[in-house]
Design a protein around this ligand. Sequence first.
Ligand code: NAP
Length: 260
Amino acid sequence: MDLGLSGRRAVVTGGSKGLGAAIAQELVGEGAAVAICARSETELAATAARLRAGGGQVFAQVADVTRPDEVERFIATSAQRMGGIDILVNNAGRAQPGGFATLTDADWQADLDVKLFSQIRCSRAALGHLRASGGGAIININAVYGRQPDPAFFATTVARAACLAFTKALAMEVARDGILVNSVNIGFVRTPQWHNIHQRRAPELPEEAFLATLAAAEVPLGRFGEPEEVAGLVAFLASRRASYITGASIDVAGGMGRYV
Ligand SMILES: NC(=O)c1ccc[n+]([C@@H]2O[C@H](COP(=O)([O-])OP(=O)(O)OC[C@H]3O[C@@H](n4cnc5c(N)ncnc54)[C@H](OP(=O)(O)O)[C@@H]3O)[C@@H](O)[C@H]2O)c1
């Protein structure tokens, strides 16, 4: 299936590793120009070099999506370097395990900043560019926990529910501009973020055994997903083949999510 992404211009936040790097790789493979950001310069530069090695047109800039000035600079420079923006993938984020009793105001604020406010600010900065290019797509990477509350991931549950509401309301507001806004909700996908969770929670267990135990308990397919299994859907949603899909909330979660 030709997705028609050749020559399109995409911004992927948190594109240095994990899901963001896989999404950037998929979009570059489809012929799109891609701009990525992250906080760690070393990892960002290594990923950009890897993407360019395959012939991709890649712009990389250090930016923290919780800092409004850095968001504006990254989006503006990306548009300038690529000649516009057609696609925004709001992917940057982090895991915040923990129950209500453990969360301070600072934890709540930090989680809302990196999850909700990053999507708000990046979308606000990019919308003018999407409109200028005659329409486009915003894809927000969220979590199944936004639809199925889990008190063990309390802050994530609340922040991601807000992200889902943001996605739906924005989809309705910008539909007449030809801009599609959708959410991709992740369950358990093997990325560096899970490496960190393993180190924190059960360093005495081999990582494979830790992940396998979690998957057996929570995931109907019985395994963690791989980043590439998310990237294909994101590329599809970014393409004109998805031209009548907006305001949708699609799980990539191996069957997790006890709702209809
Ligand atoms: N993997 C899962 O199972 C899972 C489940 C549910 C939701 N998600 C969501 O999916 C997204 C990607 O997760 P992942 O598993 O790929 O995580 P990851 O492996 O930790 O990668 C996160 C990426 O985001 C960047 N990032 C983090 N904070 C940032 C900030 N403040 N500003 C700019 N970039 C930032 C990281 O680079 P730096 O650290 O260098 O900034 C990295 O490139 C996140 O929003 C996460 O919450 C993932």
